[in-house]
Design a protein around this ligand. Structure first.
Ligand code: KG4
Ligand code: ZN
Length: 333
């Protein structure tokens, strides 16, 4: 069963053809990152316009690369939530049009469920249940994956998402957008123990995160040094910030897994590309003899292959949409 999947929730226009949830026949991504980097972050209006320009050629390329004419596609899947509303609407409307014109079923996919599914592509043997950390530019969740389509949120951020904190701290340090990649790179030349940063805990919610206070602590440190003209090493600051975020994410994930008796762990989302987070979670799982699933870097960021994978399980669960499908900016898992 071949699904054509479309993703346009943020600044990547992506399309893919995925067979039976696990085999990627093609995956095409048009990234707008260079253009948004000029402004230090995603400009929603620009993102929507670029999606409009890119969507037709990107879908055509995905079909061509997969050697699959539209006629041979069994269903059309699209990310409908959450994300930038104008960006989502481009994908949703294009997918609806294609579905109506071809009389093929339309499958709505939640973006975060897609991120989790990136692991099904990387590991054909992986099946729920497992515990998954999803950390991206807009979300930081610890999710108990009960089945392919049933999830419980065990922990969540109370304020900023982890990726958002990476992006904001990078901006203050003068590193280029996207901040996560810059901080990851510069941290390799810094000392992660150079600065003691707060490790916020939320009373009564041991698996929740708070990154806003940590971000503000770094910003204050930087401003203090600058105002007093005290030199400081930006790489040390980046490394200390990264270490703290990764410790928070990794410790909460392991604690949540322990509490809910899981020994199968996965990570997903843009922040899952972080080298220190990957190493930390790997060491924690090795120590305990747990199974760890980490998608390759190219499946951590936004892509349509992960949407095509999740769509297969939505399809099997009978989750279809009709022409009334709308884009939704904020939607729980
Ligand atoms: O999943 P994603 O591509 O888009 C969203 O759904 O948000 O995640 C993007 C986020 C950005 O905040 C970016 O800075 C962060 O992932 N990111 C990283 C790394 N690569 C991307 N954060 C830390 N380390 C990285 N290597
Ligand atoms: Zn994403």
């Amino acid at each position: 069963m071949k699904i054509l999947a479309i993703e346009s929730s943020c600044d990547e226009t992506a399309a893919a053809v995925v067979e039976s949830g696990r085999t990627v026949l093609s995956s095409v991504i048009a990234s707008q990152v260079d253009e948004h980097a000029l402004y230090g972050g995603v400009v929603p209006e620009i993102a929507s316009r670029r999606h409009c320009e890119n969507i037709v050629p990107i879908v055509d390329k995905a079909l061509k690369d997969a050697n699959t004419p539209l006629n041979d596609i069994d269903a059309i899947a699209v990310t409908y939530a959450p994300g930038l509303i104008g960006a989502l609407l481009v994908g949703v409307n294009y997918a609806k049009g294609l579905s109506m014109a071809t009389s093929k079923p339309l499958i709505p996919v939640h973006h975060i469920k897609g991120h989790i599914a990136s692991n099904y592509i990387a590991y054909r043997e992986l099946e729920p249940p497992f515990m998954c950390l999803v950390a991206s530019g807009g979300h930081s969740h610890i999710v108990q994956v009960n089945s392919y389509t049933d999830f419980d949120i065990i922990g969540r951020t109370r304020d900023d998402a982890a990726g958002e904190a990476f992006d904001k701290v990078a901006r203050v340090l003068g590193f280029p957008y996207p901040g996560g990649i810059s901080i990851d790179k510069m941290s390799r030349q810094g000392d992660g123990n150079a600065y003691k940063l707060p490790h916020p805990v939320i009373d009564g919610s041991p698996f929740d995160f708070s990154f806003s206070g940590l971000k503000t602590a770094v910003i204050n440190l930087v401003h203090n040094h600058e105002q007093k003209n005290i030199p400081f090493d930006k790489n040390d600051m980046a490394a200390s910030f990264q270490r703290t975020v990764c410790e928070m994410l990794s410790e909460r994930l392991i604690a949540a897994a322990k509490e809910h008796s899981h020994t199968k762990i996965a990570i997903a989302g843009g922040v899952a590309a972080n080298s220190e987070l990957r190493a930390m979670v790997e060491a924690a799982c090795d120590e305990r003899g747990w199974d760890l699933y980490i998608p390759p870097i190219e499946l951590c960021g936004d892509n349509a292959a992960m949407i095509g994978s999740q769509a297969y399980y939505e399809y099997k669960n009978g989750n279809f949409a009709d022409e009334s499908l709308n884009a939704i900016a904020t939607k729980k898992l």
